[in-house]
Design a protein. Sequence first.
Lengths: 246, 246
Amino acid sequence: MSLAVAVVDATEPGNVGTIARSMKNFGFSELLLVDPPELDPDGEAYGFAGQAREDVLPNARVIQFEELVAEYHTVGCTAVTNEDPTKHTRYPFSTPRELADGLDGVEADTAIVFGRERVGLTNDELAELDEICSIPASEDYPVLNLGQAATIVLYELRTLTLDSTQHPDQRHERAEEAAIEGLHDQFADFLVAIDHPEEKRPKVRRLWRRLLGRAHPTGREARTLRGLFRKAAQRATGERSDRDDR
Amino acid sequence: MSLAVAVVDATEPGNVGTIARSMKNFGFSELLLVDPPELDPDGEAYGFAGQAREDVLPNARVIQFEELVAEYHTVGCTAVTNEDPTKHTRYPFSTPRELADGLDGVEADTAIVFGRERVGLTNDELAELDEICSIPASEDYPVLNLGQAATIVLYELRTLTLDSTQHPDQRHERAEEAAIEGLHDQFADFLVAIDHPEEKRPKVRRLWRRLLGRAHPTGREARTLRGLFRKAAQRATGERSDRDDR
């Protein structure tokens, strides 16, 4: 599947640049422009595009709306949806996350279509497009800036365009269970060493177990804390650790 | 829980305005500014803020970084994370969606903290903050524009701030099952009426069942198509519908 982004009748070059940057951030490369503003290489479009000024923006293709409809499976994005299910211009619609699920595995040249600032896509334009997508937002003020709306939809569709992200595979390396239990044992010894009242020890050990249970310590965190409690216990009982004697 | 947004040392008033607008779009109201640029009521901050120029932006509070750390549970947002789990400045971290899950049900005055353009939050700043959040993006170019990054995080946290969205409760009113089966019966009659080869009818009925099965027709869609097939069948067999005789 190819996933293109189409912007219809934008007036602010800066918005086109912002969209180009978000495209590059989320693995999109094909930008289609219907009736675009002039994109001066020294102006705001290139100024806002970040590294997309090198490829996405200069490679953008100017296209007629009719060509867009003819060549692509089209998804029109709008903040304003129908309540009345008998009217099909803006109904039924998907949220961006549902759209990502719906397009997953579908082989189709697809264009995600965003409309002009202020009024978005018109009813006549939406009627020509195949699917409708709408970002859930505050009912008091659901209309996002054009660049922000495109960024959110592309963020949700990233699962279709990116094989991997900048994140390490393991975002949170949890300590081995044995290391965590070792820390709990050390904590128990520590309570004895600092002479915490015996009858209160089970309760405070339970409190500590709950806190660590929620925090999922990393290996480094578990080792470091265990070392601190060992050292504190030794100091409290007047011992010296081997390490300190070296 | 209160959820505030903090922006540290931004230089572009337009970015502050964009963030204020996204805050209003996703149900946030408390904007905290550390070392902000001048926000001229006739300048870009107010120009980009949309309806947030009425409340979020004029109500923004200028605050010292140390006050922010002291008064709030803080979440620092950064594109650049650690790979090495023994270094804790940028590790472990959550994605925005995980952050929303993690904060759900927690009673705490929380501030989501975004850094300056270009370099984001510094290591020294991140070290003072309680949690780290990072948006998954292209490994080739993971650094989003400040306004775009804030918009995505606020979008993901909307479930904590919005009771309802602009969308109708039912985003897709599926037809009653009986109406869809009625359409299938009508389609079968239609195949007979247009004299589609008898041996091919089961296959094309199956094809039609699969297509409707994926599309989940609305009541209106099912009724309209049923009417069209009925009319076509009548025309094909030379009948006239009652309606046409009226």
